[in-house]
Ligand binder design. Structure first.
Ligand code: FES
Ligand code: FES
Length: 168
């Protein structure tokens, strides 16, 4: 099969690759780039375990071909922490027990990350609606919702801290 050249920026790094035209983005990220925090739960766009950010927007990566990521910026769960420090949303999921097996967790976090970047003070209803395309078979959803609420609080605190550092 004829390979196609693509250029993407993944977690802040420029990547040049050759892919089969039929290769799904989720498989490209996991198998070609080793980003195994992107999970395959269903391959049929139902579970949300494969969610990544494409140009900042949450997208199920099993619904996209790798060639469609050409020229785009992709962020996976591996890309949201800084200098080995967990992102506030990751901390919140840990502290509020928003996961058990963890299979759905990267998708839950990235879908919520997208919401909180666009809406710092979401209502519980907005959080639930935003996660309606993400399935978890372990926790029940209450602890996930609590984690996102707490994550919103931690993200605001972190932002304030960073602004204070800039002013000093
Ligand atoms: S693997 Fe993509 S939505 Fe389930
Ligand atoms: S924590 Fe196991 S599927 Fe959600």
């Amino acid at each position: 099969m004829k390979m196609v050249k693509i250029r993407t920026r993944v977690n802040g790094k420029d990547i040049r690759s050759e892919v089969e035209p039929r290769e799904l983005l989720v498989h490209f990220l996991r198998e070609n780039l080793g980003l195994t925090g992107v999970h395959v739960g269903c391959d049929t766009s139902n579970c949300g375990a494969c969610t990544v950010l494409i140009d900042g927007k949450a997208v199920k990566s099993c619904t996209m071909l790798a060639v469609q990521a050409d020229g785009r910026e992709v962020t996976t769960i591996e890309g949201i922490s800084k200098n080995d420090e967990l992102h506030p949303l990751q901390k919140a999921f840990l502290e509020k027990h928003g996961l058990q097996c963890g299979y759905c967790t990267s998708g839950m976090i990235l879908t919520s990350y997208w919401l909180l970047k666009n809406n710092k003070n979401p209502t519980e209803e907005e959080i639930r609606k935003n996660l309606s395309g993400n399935l978890c078979r372990c926790t029940g959803y209450q602890s996930i919702i609590e984690s996102v609420k707490y994550g919103a609080q931690l993200m605001k605190e972190k932002e304030k801290e960073e602004q204070q550092i800039e002013v000093r």
